[in-house]
Design a protein around this ligand. Structure first.
Ligand SMILES: Cc1cc2nc3c(=O)[nH]c(=O)nc-3n(C[C@H](O)[C@H](O)[C@H](O)COP(=O)(O)O)c2cc1C
Length: 409
């Protein structure tokens, strides 16, 4: 079988050296990679490195090998184009359709999925010009991976760092897997242009400065959902509680601790969201009183009584009071007995569109890499998802959300 053809565009950012690692991962996993750097990129990493690592010729401009019409052919033949790092300049050119070198020509001729991994100083990233260019590219179906937060060039830190090459590679591989390699397959990933919100992890309700009421949710299912949506082109906001998992590439992560904080962050994020998936285990109750000092053992051998109060039901609130008409609301229910009957009752009570019902068991749900579930829909449809990786369940959930999304045309 022919190797999938990937164009690796490299523009002139300090992170260009990290694209060597991405290139290595792509070639070692069986992709035929054509590197198309910009002239500026060659100030950071030379042509010889790209050519030797890819095993393909390297050019920055349209005037070489003109008989092969490379400014058209490279883009036409590609199964995926990934630009990493994508400079502010490159995002602007791509958004406006400029074509003054080989990479910008390739971006105009490509009909396959296109991924941009921007990297720049925080000020450049946050500038309205860059943000509007990113919004334009996303609206047209490109996947623009959110930059990471961390050390930038020199002494600066902030948002704008190129995500880890391993994560960019994972996004690319997921997109290639999903789209198959059929030429002419739909260029835009199916969640492109959508904003989705996912919650993950388990809330912790503080009792005193050293203790909390918590639960065993690891957050892995929520992260699988967030990563899958990003790979399918969505802008993803992940509200995570106490998972300790590294922020995934291409996802905007909001870190929270308690149920009330999670509620606030989710309500803020859903204002312009097409769908919200509540995979987090949110505490139903919290201690009525937070003790400012550590609660001490009593001399009489007795134990304190902890009074609890109800937390708000975020899922029911999201479903009853949708931020946008047609917003899709999805919940999760972990049950120990009468799983389906309880699930159907919960779906009715909460008023959400889909409810992913899973049984808490030995090798599934909390902390495990695998899950098994039935997805119940408000129209009565029931979709069993067999025991398997949480990533597979995540894809099924998005497959079921997709036809329910409001029309954007
Ligand atoms: C040392 C140095 C580091 C730079 N790093 C970045 C960067 O990380 N991101 C960015 O958008 N521009 C960066 N620039 C500016 C770009 O190189 C400049 O905008 C250039 O015109 C980009 O050209 P290109 O988009 O064709 O590659 C850097 C410039 C220098 C001199």
């Amino acid at each position: 079988m022919a190797k999938p053809k990937v164009v690796l565009g490299v523009s002139g950012g300090i992170a260009a050296y990290k694209a060597c690692e991405l290139l290595r991962r792509l070639t070692e996993s069986g992709h035929d990679v054509r590197v198309v750097p910009t002239d500026s990129a060659l100030h950071f990493v030379g042509e010889a490195t790209w050519s030797a690592l890819s095993g393909n010729p390297v050019s920055t401009e349209v005037w070489e090998s003109v008989h092969e019409v490379p400014h058209v052919r490279i883009g036409q033949a590609a199964d995926l184009v990934v630009v990493a790092p994508a400079t502010a300049d490159m995002l602007a050119k791509a958004a406006h359709g400029l074509a003054d070198d080989l990479l910008t020509n390739t971006l105009l001729t490509a009909r396959c999925p296109v991924v941009f991994a921007p990297a720049m100083h925080t000020e450049m990233w946050e500038h309205p010009a860059t943000q509007e260019n990113v919004a334009t590219l996303r609206r047209r179906g490109a996947v623009v991976i959110e930059p990471a937060v961390g050390r930038l060039t020199g002494v600066d830190t902030g948002k704008g760092r190129l995500p880890d090459p391993a994560e960019i590679f994972e996004v690319c591989r997921n997109i290639l897997n999903r789209h198959g390699l059929a030429r002419g397959a739909a260029a835009a990933p199916d969640l492109a242009g959508r904003h989705v919100v996912v919650s993950a992890g388990g809330t912790r309700e503080p009792l005193d400065p050293v203790r909390y009421l918590g639960n065993r949710s690891s957050g892995k299912q929520g992260y699988a959902l967030a990563k899958a949506a990003a790979a399918r082109g969505a802008r993803v906001t992940l509200v995570e509680a106490n998972t300790g998992i590294a922020d995934p590439a291409g996802v905007d992560v909001v870190h929270v601790g308690t149920a009330l904080q999670l509620r606030e962050a989710v309500l803020k994020a859903v204002a312009d969201a097409d769908a919200v998936v509540m995979a987090a285990a949110v505490a139903d109750f919290r201690p009525a009183v937070y003790a400012a000092g550590k609660i001490k053992k009593k001399d009489d051998g007795g134990a304190p009584t902890v009074e609890l109060v109800r937390n708000p039901d975020i899922l029911a609130e999201l479903a009853a009071d949708r931020a946008l008409p047609g917003q899709v609301v999805v919940g999760f229910a972990a049950e120990t007995d009468d799983v389906l009957a309880n699930g159907r009752e919960k779906l009715r009570r909460k008023g959400c569109d889909l409810l992913v019902v899973n049984e808490v068991g030995e090798r599934k749900t909390f902390g495990s890499e695998e899950n098994e579930a039935v997805v119940l829909a408000s129209d009565g449809a029931e979709t069993p998802v067999p025991y398997g990786p949480k990533e597979a369940l995540a894809e099924t959930v998005w497959d079921l959300i997709l036809p329910r999304l409001r029309s954007t045309t």
